[in-house]
Write a protein that binds this ligand. Structure first.
Ligand code: HEC
Length: 490
């Protein structure tokens, strides 16, 4: 006992020092954190559950202690508060490192970080004041205030954190419909309703599009438009062949038996119902005609009753589709704000077939550097084209570009890139065109191009590459088109 008495002032002092550090943490912009530490950040979503439980438990225990229902109450409180403090500290530090990785940014992130730091500081203060309170009852109100503040701040932190991972408005996603009534697009009259657009597409949107959309096209396949559906994906098989279900990969995949590894959607996701599949088959057999009206099919014997039974589900799917549209609209607005802030051009990429964006410099280019890239990091997968000509990006900045997994075209001419960071770009599965003209890219860096999975065209005019290496590249990667010209800018 004597020993722990001597330790107590030290713990109190330590608790107050850590509380001060945590409270000051949001003032620091994490920068240049060693990469191995960034990995620790990945544990944040895992460890944060411990403080959530312990901080709440401490408040509950305090209530019980205060009522006098707890034996050994003080010892239990010390243990609980200490555990809450330590796990909060670990969560905040892991969160700080995750933040430092640049994977998350923006206003929500700033607030989440601030709230987390407040939580941490409050919990440590609660521990410190509780220890003081055991000696002097005057400290009770301070201790209680900190404990309650810690709980409130934690609830706020958790809410903001949830908004970051699930998207802002995760909890209120369906609220607009309570307020605004039904989706904005005026529904077609029953007479005009179309089989594909009004019945099949909403089902695919609800059950397939989460994996097969512009940002995330599993199997390089998208279900978000009729053209993309027909085209199919990486297998090279057509998604839909008019009049022939046996050649239509979409149909073939959904009729596979449960447990089959190729079945769509994969195990664990809501499969298409028998009625939905029957309608899909009927529509394909009738020529996969987008103009086929529901009214025509409704009279049609067996399939007519399928349509009847599907109609009630339709409203639900349509609502879901409208929510997705609302999200896309929100994204567009956020990108607009960001573009103004960074003084760059962000607009829909008209050359791409999905809902992706183009990132370009204004002329004359703003001093766009690696730091600005970090701000774009949370949106990295919406870009399919980036023109960074004459910008301040260098090889370290290519790390951020390597997050732009949907990038197809990248223009880096006249930048400080010397090629040492090209290796990051090998991770880009869709990068087809790369312009490195008028950079210091040398032979060694040029050889890294051999490992680019999708590269079709590269511009190397005005670089430090030798004709011999260019020759070698042409030999080992004959399908790569190496151009010794400056190339386009946009
Ligand atoms: C949970 C994610 C997920 C969902 C949901 C999903 N898929 Fe897939 N899909 C994949 C993955 C992963 C692949 C690539 C591997 C493969 O070919 O099996 C794929 C591949 C495909 C392909 C093959 C593309 C090609 O040509 O290689 C088709 C067709 C397809 N999906 C159709 C669908 C349909 C139709 C639905 C909805 C009923 C659906 N998927 C729902 C993950 C998903």
């Amino acid at each position: 006992m004597g020993k722990s008495k001597g330790l107590q002032p030290v713990i109190v002092a330590l608790a107050f020092i850590i509380a001060t550090i945590l409270a000051a943490l949001p003032a620091f912009r994490p920068d240049d954190v060693p990469v191995f530490l960034l990995m620790v950040g990945r544990f944040h979503p895992l460890v944060l559950h411990f403080p959530i439980v312990l901080v709440v438990l401490a408040l509950v225990a305090e209530l019980v202690r205060w009522k006098g229902w707890l034996k050994q109450a003080d010892a239990i409180m010390v243990v609980l508060l200490s555990a809450a403090a330590v796990t909060t500290l670990i969560s905040v530090m892991a969160g700080f490192l995750l933040f430092a990785s640049g994977e998350y940014a923006g206003l929500l992130m700033d607030r989440h970080f601030l709230a987390g730091a407040i939580t941490g500081a409050a919990v440590f203060l609660a521990l410190g004041f509780f220890l003081l309170f055991r000696k002097n009852p005057r400290f009770y109100p301070l201790y209680l205030a900190c404990l309650i503040t810690g709980n409130a701040a934690m609830a706020w932190t958790g809410h903001l954190g949830g908004s970051i991972t699930h998207g802002e408005g995760y909890l209120t996603e369906y609220l607009p419909f309570l307020v605004k009534g039904s989706p904005s697009d005026a529904p077609r009259s029953e007479e005009e309703m179309l089989v594909f657009e009004d019945m099949i597409a909403p089902v695919l949107d609800a059950k397939c599009a989460s994996c097969h959309n512009a940002e995330r096209a599993k199997g390089r396949f998208r279900t978000t438009s009729l053209n993309e559906l027909m085209a199919g994906g990486e297998s090279g098989k057509s998604g839909i062949v008019a009049g022939d279900t046996s050649q239509s990969e979409v149909y073939q995949r959904v009729i596979l038996p449960p447990g089959h590894s190729d079945r769509m959607p994969p195990e664990g996701k809501t499969p298409m119902t028998a009625d939905e599949i029957a309608l899909l088959a009927h529509w394909i057999q009738k020529g996969a005609d987008p103009a086929l009206r529901i009214a025509e099919v409704r009279q049609d014997g067996a399939i007519g009753s399928v349509v009847e039974s599907l109609l009630p589900d339709l409203a639900r799917y349509r609502r879901k589709a409208a929510v997705a549209k609302l999200r896309a609209e929100e994204l567009r607005k956020e990108l607009e704000v960001l573009a103004t802030k960074l003084d760059v051009i962000v607009e829909p990429d008209t050359m791409a077939d999905g809902d992706t964006y183009l990132l370009a410099m204004k002329f004359p280019p703003a001093p766009f550097t690696n730091d600005q890239f970090r701000e774009l990091a949370p949106y990295s997968d919406v870009f399919s084209r980036a023109s960074l000509v004459s910008s301040g990006i260098d090889d370290a900045g290519l790390y951020y570009i390597s997050r732009m997994t949907n990038l197809r075209i990248l223009y880096l001419q006249k930048t400080k890139v010397d090629g040492s960071g090209l290796i990051h770009l090998q991770k880009l599965p869709n990068l087809e065109v790369l312009n490195l003209s008028f950079t210091k890219v040398d032979d060694k860096a040029a050889l890294d191009l051999l490992n680019f999975p999708a590269l079709k065209t590269v511009y190397l005019h005005g670089t430090n590459t030798s004709p011999e290496v260019v020759e070698a590249l042409r030999k080992y990667k004959p399908r790569l088109d190496i151009r010794m010209e400056e190339g386009p800018y946009l």
